[in-house]
Ligand binder design. Structure first.
Ligand SMILES: Nc1nc2c(ncn2[C@@H]2O[C@H](COP(=O)(O)OP(=O)(O)OP(=O)(O)O)[C@@H](O)[C@H]2O)c(=O)[nH]1
Ligand SMILES: [Mg+2]
Ligand SMILES: [Zn+2]
Length: 227
């Protein structure tokens, strides 16, 4: 079994979130660590996709993962067992999101000296996590086919703050009336700069493209740190 530590972090509501987030981003930029925050509703497939992605990328770059959950250690354990990379479970005291201060305090206990790529699996929620900058360089979100193509209309903030938007579980398309073009149009109306990819952790569709996109981000942060 992979080893997983757990840290309990309660929210400090007085911390000015954006300043704290910027401090984390600058600290990681100086070290050349690309930090990706991954969000979606519960069960969209974050852990499954990240596990597949880490296994494809772990020989090329050094990766660590943090998972946020209310009480369980299931996701960090799943990632540690399935990939062998260093994983941390953050228990956030029952909140439905994680903010910059909680992320920063978790990082005090989780070394980022020996990695190139830090992933945060945020808590499953399409509303709150979008309101808090965690200090990540980029936000990535998943919209799975079973959830429906209307979600950009119902949860616009999440789609607006995400740089990379994955339409996932595309292997289930035959069973759902998910209109990919309509979803893309709705997303681009909210967020014209969004990179939208269709992926499936089951079939591997789109994972080459996603890996390539993330490798570019990792390279960019690394080059800026070296210069
Ligand atoms: N068909 C199909 N099922 C998938 C895919 N990705 C994930 N799943 C399934 O979706 C379910 C939820 O996946 P998880 O990876 O646990 O989802 P999550 O977003 O991490 O869930 P929370 O952490 O609870 O928010 C599991 O039964 C997965 O096997 C996919 O691409 N295709
Ligand atoms: Mg998960
Ligand atoms: Zn919340």
């Amino acid at each position: 079994m992979g080893e997983v530590r757990t840290i309990k972090i309660q929210e400090n509501i007085t911390a000015p979130n954006d300043r704290r987030a910027q401090e984390t981003r600058s600290m990681l930029s100086r070290k050349g660590v690309f930090f990706l925050n991954v969000m979606s509703s519960p069960g969209s497939g974050k852990t499954t996709l990240l596990t597949a992605l880490i296994n494809r990328m772990k020989e090329k770059v050094r990766i660590a993962e943090m998972d946020v959950d209310i009480t369980s250690t299931l996701d960090a354990q799943r990632v540690a067992d399935a990939t062998g990379v260093r994983a941390m479970q953050i228990h956030n005291g029952g909140l439905c999101h994680i903010d910059a201060d909680m992320t920063a305090r978790a990082l005090q206990d989780f070394s980022t000296d020996d990695i190139d790529f830090l992933i945060l699996e945020n808590i499953g929620n399409l509303v709150c996590p979008a309101e808090f900058d965690t200090g990540a360089h980029k936000n990535m979100m998943l919209l799975s086919v079973p959830e429906g193509d209307d979600k950009p209309l119902k949860y616009p903030l999440m789609f607006s703050v995400s740089d990379i938007i994955l339409i996932t579980k595309t292997d289930t398309a035959p069973y759902f009336n998910f209109d990919v073009e309509a979803a893309k149009e709705r997303i681009l109306q909210l967020n014209p700069a969004a990179r939208i990819l269709c992926v499936s952790a089951r079939t591997g569709e789109g994972l080459d493209e996603l890996e390539e996109l993330l490798m570019k981000e990792i390279d960019t942060v690394k080059k800026q740190a070296d210069s």
